[in-house]
Design a protein around this ligand. Structure first.
Ligand code: FES
Length: 128
């Protein structure tokens, strides 16, 4: 059975925005709120070059990365075509307006340093 960590209330997350949740280990988690009050959580690192997705603009069930405007799906963490790559997604529980994240995932998911950047700009040789 999962152990859940209370993060905030849904209304504490700006509609079409995000709240950043720091962790003791690993990169922070971005918790997003959509226009229809859906709540999603992704690692706060764009799969392109690590941009802070929590500072992006939410539209529909996607977020536009603030660095190069890739659209990342909130439901799967994956870049929308033609871009490629995914960022880890975290389970979210919303009960009675209270948002919680899975404690085990917060401790263990996506702790490794980010992989080499993906996308067209990463195709260069050493030092690129
Ligand atoms: S770092 Fe997000 S689109 Fe480039």
């Amino acid at each position: 059975m999962s152990e859940w960590v209370t993060i905030c209330r849904v209304e504490d997350i700006p509609r079409l925005g995000a709240r950043r949740v720091a962790r003791d280990v690993g990169a922070a988690v971005a918790v997003f709120r959509t226009a229809d009050d859906g709540v999603f959580a992704l690692l706060d690192r764009c799969p392109h070059k690590g941009g802070p997705l929590s500072q992006g603009i939410v539209f529909g069930h996607s977020v536009a990365c603030p660095l190069h405007n890739w659209a990342i799906g909130l439901d799967d963490g994956c870049a929308r075509a033609p871009d490629e790559g995914c960022t880890p997604r975290f389970a979210v529980r919303v009960e009675a307006g209270v948002v919680a994240l899975d404690a085990a995932e917060l401790r263990t998911l996506a702790l490794a340093p980010p992989a080499a950047p993906t996308g067209a700009c990463s195709a260069g040789g050493a030092g690129a």
